[in-house]
Ligand binder design. Structure first.
Ligand code: SF4
Ligand code: SF4
Length: 137
């Protein structure tokens, strides 16, 4: 079983076609729409989480490509909201990559996005909701 988050760009002529429904009907894939927008030039952009057997997944992707739907992988960024952070340091011992660290002298916490693997642990545990996952398209 494979689960993937992808971004789909639909050309204008596919706007009224049941493309996503066909992923379920034809290829037995489950999907979850995370975001859907229409750009000013009427291209549809959809962020999808697709789950299914590997073979069906590949067939579904091929189906989308044949329809000229552009497919992009989705990545995530972790954002540190310094205005919410109280520098309590709770996250520091949990961060597996030392992206969150505490200065030994000032006791201030800092975040290095270059070291962050977006594991999401800090997002779960921060009591002040200072860490947030954002989807990057
Ligand atoms: S747990 Fe949250 S509030 Fe505490 S230091 Fe980490 S990010 Fe800041
Ligand atoms: S998402 Fe994971 S790696 Fe990134 S800062 Fe949080 S705990 Fe560290």
């Amino acid at each position: 079983m494979r689960t993937e988050r992808i971004v789909l760009h639909f050309p204008k002529h596919l706007a009224d076609k049941p493309v996503i429904v066909n992923l379920v009907r034809k290829f037995d894939l489950d999907f979850n729409i995370l975001k859907a927008t229409i750009t000013p030039d009427e291209e549809g952009v959809m962020v999808l989480e697709i789950t299914g057997e590997e073979e069906n997944f590949q067939k579904g992707i091929q189906y989308l490509k044949e329809l000229e739907v552009k497919i992009q992988p989705l990545s995530q960024d972790v954002i540190w909201d310094e205005t919410r952070c109280t520098h309590c340091g709770y996250c520091v011992s949990y961060c597996p990559t030392k992206a969150l660290q505490r200065d030994e002298k000032t006791y201030m916490v800092s975040f290095d996005p270059q070291k962050c693997t977006t594991c999401g642990i800090c997002v779960e545990i921060c009591p002040y909701k200072a860490m947030e996952i954002r989807l990057v398209i």
